[in-house]
Design a protein around this ligand. Structure first.
Ligand code: ATP
Ligand code: MG
Length: 280
């Protein structure tokens, strides 16, 4: 048996996704990317989305961000319907997508300029964020002078600089080597302990999801929906050595079984594109 669950953050939902569907037009007919996904995320929660390639994780995240429309259903943040991009969200895409001609500091400050906020007021915060992710001294470097991991850290700072309530992260560490990825997991945990954000995090790494999350959702099935919503039984703050415990292994095994079920469903009937396994 797993140890008793630690208390999930209480209070009303900050993110409400209710019966959301997404259908894309395709050359050979419509592609149902998401069918009837419903979930809530409370203020301060860290929720991960796992699932086979092509099951609709990025689509769901982009709908929450207001960057994709919903075909049916509704999404609300802080009680107000999502109808387009908004200030209370920070997004980190799989590729760091930095502006190559701007320094690390200027890239971090970019949302502040776009949102027409006072840059001078946010400069100290940008420096502080860069320091927290280990980039003190790199403020004036251009993206081409940084490693992939460093660029991704700049992207995290950029997503946080305007102090959004909600952070949406789509496979932010998938291109990093294993050690850097572990370091980024620890750095992200520390940042969240300081800044208390609400996070939806897409990953293919079961261990990363288990280490970082309060809850892990598994997407899959035919049609694609949320097939498992599992609270993580580890107290916070978390040390990285929880990954060595039997309880952690047991949690990961349960998640893996669920993802394997999702893969089996995906290969049983093919309207959404054939799924290649990337789960670690
Ligand atoms: N803009 C689009 N137009 C048409 N179909 C799309 C579009 N974006 C995604 N799809 C389709 O929707 C389905 C879900 O795609 P999505 O990118 O959300 O999957 P995913 O779970 O994020 O996959 P991965 O793990 O590979 O990133 C796939 O079948 C994909 O081909
Ligand atoms: Mg994706």
């Amino acid at each position: 048996m797993l140890a008793s669950l630690h208390a999930a953050p209480a209070g009303p939902p900050l993110v409400s996704v209710d019966g959301v569907q997404k259908t894309y037009p395709g050359r050979n007919g419509a592609i149902q990317a998401v069918a009837s996904a419903s979930l809530t995320v409370r203020k301060g929660e860290f929720v991960s989305l796992l699932g086979p390639s092509g099951c609709g994780k990025s689509t769901l995240l982009m709908m929450v961000a207001g960057l994709e429309s919903v075909t049916a259903g509704s999404i609300a943040l802080n009680g107000s319907a999502v109808t387009g991009p908004r200030k209370d969200i920070g997004i980190i895409f799989q590729d760091a997508t930095l502006l190559p001609w701007k320094s690390a500091l200027e890239n971090v400050l970019f949302p502040v300029r776009i949102l027409k906020l006072p840059v001078d007021k946010y400069r100290d915060r940008a420096h502080e964020l860069l320091r927290m992710v280990g980039l003190a001294g790199f403020e004036n470097k251009k993206p081409a002078e940084l490693s992939g991991g460093m660029r991704q850290r700049v992207a995290i700072c950029r997503a946080l600089v305007h102090d959004p309530d909600i952070l949406l992260m789509d496979e932010p560490f998938s291109a990093l080597d294993a050690i850097t990825r572990d370091q980024m997991n620890v750095a992200l945990s520390e940042i969240l302990e300081t800044y208390h954000k609400t996070v939806i995090f897409v990953t293919h790494s079961i261990r990363e999801a288990a280490y970082l999350s309060d809850r892990v959702l598994v997407m899959g099935g035919r049609p694609s929906t949320i097939i498992l919503d599992m609270p993580m039984p580890f107290s916070r703050p978390r040390k990285f050595d929880i990954e060595e415990t039997a309880e952690f292994t047991q949690v990961c095994r349960r998640l893996r079984l669920s993802i394997e079920e999702a893969h089996a469903d995906a290969s049983a009937s093919p309207p959404v594109r054939p799924a290649g396994s990337k789960a670690e």
